[in-house]
Structures are given as C-alpha cells and as structure tokens.
Design a protein around this ligand. Structure first.
Ligand code: G6P
Length: 609
C-alpha cells in the first residue's frame, strides 16, 4: 500500500528518494510523486503508473535539493491521477500521507469557509491546508503540525517539508507505520525499513501519536503535547541484498525457491532434542500456556489461511477449542471471550490495519494473553502483543505470500507443540514423532520443488481458462483455499477453494469439461472420502488435476492429470503440498503475462481499513 520516503542530507536527495520508492513498489500503488526544496523553490513532480515513469520525469525536469519527500499512492480518496498523487502542497508546505483521514469532509468544509481551495479529491490535501491554517496562530511549523494532528481522526504516517525552512523535515505517525533511518550527517524517514537499506541499517520506530523533527545532525521525537521522548535505536539484520532477484525472473519465484532455507531459519536454534526452546516464543515461560481454555486466531488473506490450518493442529495437539476469524470481521463483532483465553494474530507484515485493530480490541476484552506470529521485528503487532513467535522467513517482496505462509504454518505447528507440552495434552511419543518429521521438513521442501518443470508444462493447459476450482478435505481444505487465492491474485483466473465434501451443495453445478478442478490429495485418513468426491467431478467431465502422494493409487482416465509428489509425514502435508500450488499459480501468471510481483490493485501490506 502507499509508501513514504523522506530525506535530509548534505547532498542531493532525489536519487535516494527514488531508489527508496523503487524498494517500496512491492507494496502496491498506482501513482508516485516527489517534492524537493532548493533555492527557496519547491520542485514537485508527479506521475501515474510505475515509479519508472517518475524517474524519467525527474531525469527530464530535474529535482534538486538536499531535502525532500516522496510517495507511492494506492488510491483511497479519488481516482489514481497526477492531481491526486502526493505530495500535496499548500503554499510553503508539502505533505505526503499514508492512511485515511476519516473526518476530512468536515475539516474541508471549515477550510473552504476560510478561503482554501482544493485541486484534488484527497484527504491529504485537506490535511496540508489544515496545518497551513494553523500556521497563522502558531509560533512554528512544529506547533501548527501538532495542532492539526490533534484535530484529525483516522490513521496517518506523514512527512512534511517547509519551503521557508529547508533544514527541517517533520514526520508523524498514528496507525500507519513510519520509521526514522539514522545516517552520518543525514537522516531519513520511510514507511518501511526496506526503503532505506542502501543508506542505513540503524532505525528508530515511531510509535502511535509521535512526531519527529529531523535535521542533518539531529533527530528528536515528541508526543502530541510536545514532550521530548527517549527512543531506542534498532539495528536491522536485513541487508540490501535480501531484496534483489538474484538469478530468478521474479521475486515470487525466488521466494518459492527460498522455502527450504526459510523453513530451516524458522527452526534455527529452536530444537534441542525433542524440546523446543522456550525462547522461541519471545516473552514466554514454562507456565505461559498452561491454563489456556480457548484460543482465538485473527488474521487476513494468506495469514488467515495459515490460521485455518493452525486450528486443526492446535485442537489436535493441545485439546484447546480454537476459533479462526478474518480480522475485518472480528473487529466489528461483539465476541464472547471465555476466561483464560489466548488471542493470536498472524501477519507477515505486522502492520495490517484490520489485524492490528483486532489486537487492540482484544486487549480491551477478556483475553488473558496476546501472541503474534509475525515476520517483522519491530512491527506494530509485535510491539503491542504480549508474546511473539517470529516466523523468520526473511524479507518477502512478491505481493503474493509464499515463504511467509509456509513459515507461518511451521510456526503454528511449533506453537501447538509448545502449548501441548505445557498443558500435558501431547504424549512424549507423539511429540518425538512430530519433531522428527519437522527436522526433515527443509529437505522435503527441496524435493517438492523438483516438480517445478512438470507443473510448468501442466500450467499451459490453464491458458485461456477463466475459472478454476480447488478441492481439499480436512486440514487440506485451507490449503485448497490458499491455492485458489494464489491463482486468482497473480494470474487473474477466477478461482475458488472448496471443502470437497461441500461440492454437491452448489459448486458441482459449475462443472463441465471447460472447468479445471485441482484436487489436493495427499495420502491421509480422508483419502477414501476425497476419492468419492473426485469421482463425482470426473463423472461430470471436469478437467481434473490431482496433486497426490507418490504411493496413492487413484483411478486415472484420459481426462485426468496426475501429479505424483514425494511421500511425506502426514503432519507436514499442508506445508509441503502448498509448494506445487504456488508453482502452479506462478507459471499460470507467467503464461498470462501478468505483473507477477505486483499484481493489479493488490498491496503487500494493507495499512488502511
Ligand atoms: C495483503 C497481502 C497478502 C497478505 C495479507 C495479510 O492482502 O497481499 O499477501 O496475506 O495482506 O497481510 P499480513 O501482512 O497481515 O500477513
């Protein structure tokens, strides 16, 4: 979603800003803009489409200055256009904004009465005018900024510059992430650390309702009352290399192939014989999960699907009733919370607005503990949860989540083992059996990747298809949902995941010889049931694609495509059978010629509601 970069330095900043925007492209956007100040002039350039259009425009027109702000916009108020793109300017002030100002309509009315005029349809232009209106009765831009922020309802990450003071860069955060990057004789702001990795690895995370004032030499952070705050400096362990495609054509392809290593990283230093080290869950001790009576998982998108798989494991291995809900629904429901309940959020980014809002709601409810399963250290979810289990997938750039998902699954399985051990639900034998299986997971993931060529060939048959069904049963049902989500996200083929047993209650009406049906069919206890469902589909002439275990025998015919995958322990099937589905959607997207890493209208991190 929208991205912010800002810089103040003793050198021209436009290249730093543009490079930062390129690194935020993966988040999804539809227009981009930049504003620098030099010789008392604002140099503002905006373009629609990709950042490369902005780079060309900057090359042509020039954008000099030792201070500047830049932005990629994902339209919320008003269509994607140059006028609506950020930065927005009100006389001497220029502002970029992530988030949504909810009371912008009433603020705009007041400002119109004061004589302000608006060129765009955005809430951001209203905010920059509001700050400007406060300048008249304020001793400084900082004072006016503070006053304006107190009037605003909604969420924001902001960067502000003043033509009359090119030595100061302002930033503020409420509900939308913003970090400060510390350089030597130069300082930066961005909505994501990845944007600043070429210039620094030292960061300060702004918290809710904090403002920052940056010069080349100093960074000061304040609360909304103007009290100066002490902030911790965090050294990032990411490097600029982690966001290059290397030998791969797309980030998504690279990230699919990184899974053996990312799964290894999830386990690194955490297994000790049959024990899982307690430090795996940051903040937990041997009693943390002992008396949990129920679990509520909340997440969005792919992370929600991870939660659905997690429920099967948590209930089986801990005996604790577990619910899973989409965050945008949970946050507006009056949930009944039993005593001693654990609230779990799952999120790759740790910044998804609905998931974060659900966590904040949960903290006001009767939950005894909150835990986040997250990939980003320092993210809002991590900072606001009691406990965290880091997935350690490494930076994921492709919008379609792949390695983040499989490491979320592994983390959930580990968590189920930890809780099961603490509450005495899991036997030593079962624990041993699962830990042994987990140890084999990274090398099994490598074996599963070897089906890539076969899947590439298979995916040619999906060319020209408009619809597709994915079927699974039991713990593989959420994997069918995830397979369908991946395909629709990046290849734009309409796809639905269904519990195979539900087929006759509707979707069977769609089946004809044009409809590809992908069946996720590992060898497990529900195999016979699944085969009956396969026969129902086969009898109606569907094009069947059965992703099965090597040792499973399923009747074939001329119409059925069988893909035999390596045998693996049943507990690992959801993780490993995800890999061929990721490859299928990847190859279908390549054949369809879509923008694999940045599919239309999608954002990597959805920081607005
Ligand atoms: C967006 C992304 C998905 C992701 C979802 C939840 O829709 O495109 O890939 O699964 O957000 O994001 P989170 O960061 O909370 O896992």
């Amino acid at each position: 979603m929208c991205g912010i970069v800002g810089a103040i330095a003793q050198r021209n900043v436009s290249q730093i800003l543009l490079e930062g925007l390129s690194r935020l492209e993966y988040r999804g956007y539809d227009s981009a803009g930049i504003c620098t100040i030099s010789d008392g002039e604002q140099h503002c350039i905006k373009t629609t489409g990709k950042v490369k259009n902005l780079k060309e425009a900057v090359k042509e027109k020039g954008c000099p200055g030792f201070i500047g702000i830049a932005h990629t916009r994902w339209a919320t108020h008003g269509i994607p256009s140059e006028t609506n793109a950020h930065p927005h300017i009100c006389e001497n002030l220029a502002l970029v904004h992530n988030g949504i100002i909810e009371n912008f309509a009433s603020l705009k009315e007041d400002l119109l009465k004061q004589g302000y005029q608006f060129k765009s349809q955005t809430d951001t232009e209203v905010l920059v005018c509001l700050i400007h209106s406060h300048l008249k009765n304020s001793s400084s831009v900082f004072e006016a900024f503070k006053k304006a922020l107190k009037e605003v309802k909604g969420s924001f990450g902001l960067a502000l510059i003043d033509k009359n003071d090119p030595d100061t860069l302002y930033a503020a955060r409420s509900g939308s992430p913003l970090i400060i990057g510390l350089g030597i004789g130069e300082n930066f702001i961005a909505s994501d650390t990845l944007a600043l990795l070429p210039v620094t690895r030292r960061f300060i995370y702004l918290e809710e309702n904090e403002l920052a004032v940056l010069t080349t030499e100093e960074v000061n952070v304040y609360d909304l009352e103007g009290n100066k705050l002490e902030k911790q400096i965090v050294e990032s362990d990411l490097d600029a290399e982690s966001i290059s495609k290397g030998k791969f054509r797309h980030f998504m392809q690279k990230e699919i192939y990184e899974q053996p290593q990312s799964l290894r990283n999830t386990l690194l230093g955490r297994l000790n014989g049959d024990d899982i080290s307690l430090e795996t869950v940051v903040g937990a001790d041997e009693n943390t999960f002992r008396n949990i009576s129920s679990i509520q998982i909340v997440a969005c998108g792919t992370s929600y699907h991870a939660g659905l798989v997690g429920r099967y494991w948590l209930e089986e291995l801990t005996g604790i009733a577990t619910n899973v809900e989409i965050a945008s629904e949970y946050r507006y429901r009056k949930a009944v919370v039993r005593d001693n309940s654990l609230f779990i959020t799952i999120s790759q980014s740790g910044e998804t607005a609905d998931t974060l809002a659900s966590l904040r709601l949960a903290k006001e409810q009767n939950y005894s503990k909150t835990l986040s399963i997250c990939n980003v250290n320092g993210s809002s979810l991590v900072r606001e949860s009691d406990f965290t289990l880091f997935t350690k997938a490494g930076a994921e750039i492709g919008v379609a989540s792949t390695k983040a998902f499989t490491t979320q699954l592994l983390s959930l399985l580990i968590l189920a083992l930890i809780i099961g051990k603490q509450n005495g639900s899991i036997s030593a034998e079962k624990n041993h059996e699962i830990i042994e299986a987990i140890r084999k997971l990274p090398s099994l993931a490598e074996e599963f990747l070897s089906c890539d060529k076969l899947i590439a060939t298979l995916s040619e048959q999906f060319s020209g298809k408009r619809h597709c069904l994915f079927l699974g049963r039991g713990v593989m049902f959420p994997i069918a949902l995830e397979g369908a989500l991946k395909l629709k996200e990046i290849s734009y083929i309409h796809a639905e995941g269904y519990a195979a047993g539900e087929l006759k209650h509707g979707p069977i009406a769609l089946i004809d010889k044009e409809m590809p049906v992908v069946v996720v069919a590992p060898d497990n206890s529900l195999m016979d049931k699944l085969i009956s469902n396969v026969e129902e589909v086969r009898a109606r002439g569907a094009q069947l694609y059965i992703f099965k275990s090597g040792n499973t025998v399923i009747k074939s015919d001329g119409q059925t495509n069988m893909l035999s995958l390596p045998d693996c322990p049943e507990i690992l099937q959801p993780i490993l059978f995800t890999i061929p589905l990721q490859l299928l959607s990847y190859h279908c997207a390549v054949i369809n010629g879509t923008d694999v890493d940045q599919p239309r209208n999608l954002a990597k991190s959805v920081t607005v509601e």
